[in-house]
Design a protein around this ligand. Structure first.
Ligand code: ADP
Ligand code: MG
Length: 254
């Protein structure tokens, strides 16, 4: 079991009469880029929300790193080692880049708020360490030159990268991204693809939802295809590209 980093077994989510995610099963290997594709409304984001604890499922189980994390709350999922990139709208727009990343690190604190308030030496030391870590992440993701810039002043592509920095702040083993390159231009996309490689090199597994099919086909090791909440295909990009059911699902929505 532990050779898979993530195992999703029969997860199901209903919204009233609609089955948004219908008995979906898949697993993710360590150090791969795993994709979820499918037409609009197929249940991709809902699947991600079920794994990250933002929605509770009606059925099914989620195992992460050999551990049953079904029903965990979002902060417990984060502590278990799953990082999730939030939409740009979750950034603190008035705060600088470094403060935004620092805010994502609060979970890493071992000292208490009171100790920090009282400036107990251990707490001061810890704050310094976390600040350094925030600097490291900005540097790693190529945003050091913007460290003191308020998030609102960043171009959209950089705001997306900043939200990835925040997701990385908790040292996740698995990073989940929902349409990370949407709204980016070619140059920005190339930059982000390069960052994905570096993130993988650090031993982080990536799970990605994305509409840009060319990017997904060249980026992912394996993927699943969802359609009306159901998994209709699974495999390498090559297998997926020649799957009749997948072609039909996409043509049906054109
Ligand atoms: P995708 O990300 O693949 O585009 P979603 O997972 O966002 O699809 O949505 C799957 C289906 O569930 C859609 O029909 C959507 O309208 C519906 N849905 C998503 N979230 C909710 C919600 N909170 N309440 C009701 N219906 C929802
Ligand atoms: Mg979505």
């Amino acid at each position: 079991m532990s050779e898979k980093i993530l195992q999703v077994e029969g997860v199901t989510k209903r919204f009233g009469g609609l089955v948004a995610v219908d008995n979906v099963t898949f697993d993710v290997n360590p150090s791969e880029i795993f994709g979820i594709i499918g037409p609009n409304g197929a249940g991709k984001s809902t699947t991600l929300a079920l794994i990250s604890g933002f929605l509770s499922g009606d059925a099914g189980k989620v195992f992460f790193d050999g551990r049953d994390v079904t029903g965990f709350k979002p902060h417990q999922i984060a502590q278990a080692g799953i990082g999730r990139q939030f939409q740009v709208s979750r950034l603190f727009m008035e705060l600088s880049c470094i403060e935004n990343v620092f805010s994502g690190l609060h979970m890493g604190y071992k000292t208490s708020i009171l100790q920090r308030f009282l400036h107990v030496p251990a707490a001061n030391k810890e704050t310094q360490e976390l600040r350094r870590k925030a600097e490291d992440i900005l540097e790693f993701m190529g945003l050091s030159h913007l460290r003191d810039e308020p998030a609102k002043n960043l171009p959209h592509g950089y705001q997306r990268i900043l939200s990835m920095c925040i997701a990385l702040a908790t040292d996740p083993k698995l990073l989940m991204l929902d349409e990370p390159i949407t709204g980016m231009n070619e140059t920005e996309i190339e930059g982000v693809l390069e960052l994905f490689k570096q993130i993988l090199d650090r031993g982080v597994t990536i799970m990605i939802i994305e509409h840009n099919m060319d990017v997904m086909m060249s980026l992912c090791d394996r993927m699943i295809v969802l359609d009306f909440g159901k998994k209709i295909a699974e495999g390498t990009p090559k297998v997926i590209q020649s799957n009749d059911q997948v072609i039909e699902a996409y043509l049906g929505t054109e």
